[in-house]
Design a protein around this ligand. Structure first.
Ligand code: AQP
Length: 342
């Protein structure tokens, strides 16, 4: 089976964007591919964070993966920092990364602008190198992510090709290696709908964990009354009917798209169903659909969190399996880069 990896940072609350852009699709892929899903805790310290909370949020995020349907009999779930190869490959790849490539990254520009000078760490800039290590360690063929990660996957592809060119092939063979490509060059899998879920308070910004207002996002664990309140208060417009793809109506497009993905309907079905609705009626329909979809996830989440011994054992097993795969790649990289190995 071809391999697939993906992850979410254990910061703040997992929201509908993370779910529709990434996690929901992981569940569909776990039958088709050899899947590994991790909680990227080393990424979450690239911006100021709460050390008292990191461990708890990491476990919570793992429980959410399982509650959303990641099945540990098919997929491995593990914590990034439990597999040391991630940090090691990150260091090795850093030396193969031209600085100019990092300076071009849109996410760095956006996040550093929001963070303010004092909070811009070196690791915020080198974040894509760690992400490349996460992917390349497993010789992943596919990486299911939301639209915002497209540029980072492109970066990963270029870095894989560069390392293959600099150290792979005959040069690697001369050093006693197997030769050929050191890394597989991965591809992003971006879902046709739900790839870019927008904020509830501004249809032009993406729904995000770090947005200051909780009103801007639906968190997967929001109870019914909170969901209902957020949808009631979300930004709409003064048109009297509903439609997709009108550039003057980003909020309308976003809410219809959320409804489409959450109900597994086609765009045409939703367009037809909702074309004559007014905002009041549609908001009730959307709230009910969200509550119906998220309630079973929330029930499963509570069950999983009530047995943290089980969660710990899943994460331990996941880390063992992941380390077995990652160590092979890491050793190859050390060898190809010419290190003296014991
Ligand atoms: N709004 C979104 N729509 C669709 N997909 C999204 N993703 C994030 N936001 C949206 C996808 O979720 C996965 C995990 O993201 P992450 O934890 O690495 O965080 P992020 O990309 O930085 O986005 P967040 O969660 O909103 O955090 P902040 O506030 O830090 O920007 C990825 O596959 C991502 O594409």
């Amino acid at each position: 089976k071809k391999r697939m990896v993906s992850g979410v940072q254990p910061t703040g609350s997992i929201h509908l964007g993370n779910y529709l852009g990434a996690i929901k699709n992981w569940v569909l892929f776990q039958d088709m591919y050899d899947t590994l899903f991790f909680i990227v805790d080393l990424h979450s310290i690239t911006l100021p964070y709460d050390a008292q909370e990191l461990s708890r949020v990491t476990k919570k995020t793992a429980a959410i993966y399982m509650a959303c349907g990641v099945d540990t009999s098919k997929a491995s779930i593990f914590v990034q920092s439990h597999v040391r190869a991630h940090a090691e490959l990150y260091l090795l790849l850093s030396s193969a990364t031209p600085m100019g490539w990092l300076n071009r990254m849109i996410q760095f520009k956006e996040k550093s602008r929001k963070a303010g000078d004092e909070n811009i760490s070196v690791s915020l800039l080198t974040y894509p190198v760690l992400m490349a290590a996460d992917i390349l360690l497993y010789q992943s063929v596919f990486v299911p992510v939301g639209e915002d990660q497209k540029q980072h996957i492109e970066f990963t592809r270029e870095l894989a090709e560069r390392v293959n060119y600099l150290y792979g092939g005959r040069k690697w063979k001369k050093l006693g290696g197997k030769g050929g490509a050191i890394f597989k060059v991965p591809e992003a899998l971006i879902p046709p709908a739900g790839a870019r879920v927008m904020s509830l308070t501004d249809g032009l910004s993406k729904m995000s964990k770090s947005a200051p207002s909780d009103q801007s996002r639906i968190n997967l664990l929001d109870p019914k009354d909170v969901i209902s309140n957020k949808i009631k208060r979300c930004k709409t417009d003064s048109f009297s009917f509903l439609e997709f793809d009108n550039p003057e109506r980003p909020e309308c497009n976003n809410l219809l798209s959320i409804y489409q993905v959450i109900t597994n309907k086609t765009k045409q079905e939703v367009a037809l169903e909702c074309q004559d609705m007014n905002w009041g009626i549609f908001k009730n329909v959307l709230t009910d659909a969200l509550v119906d979809h998220l309630h079973p996830i929330q029930v499963r989440y509570e069950e999983i969190m009530s047995d943290t011994g089980y969660l710990d054992s899943v994460l331990a097993e996941g880390a063992r399996k992941a380390a077995d795969i990652a160590d092979v790649t890491l050793n190859n990289v050390y060898q190809a880069m010419g290190f003296f190995r014991r």
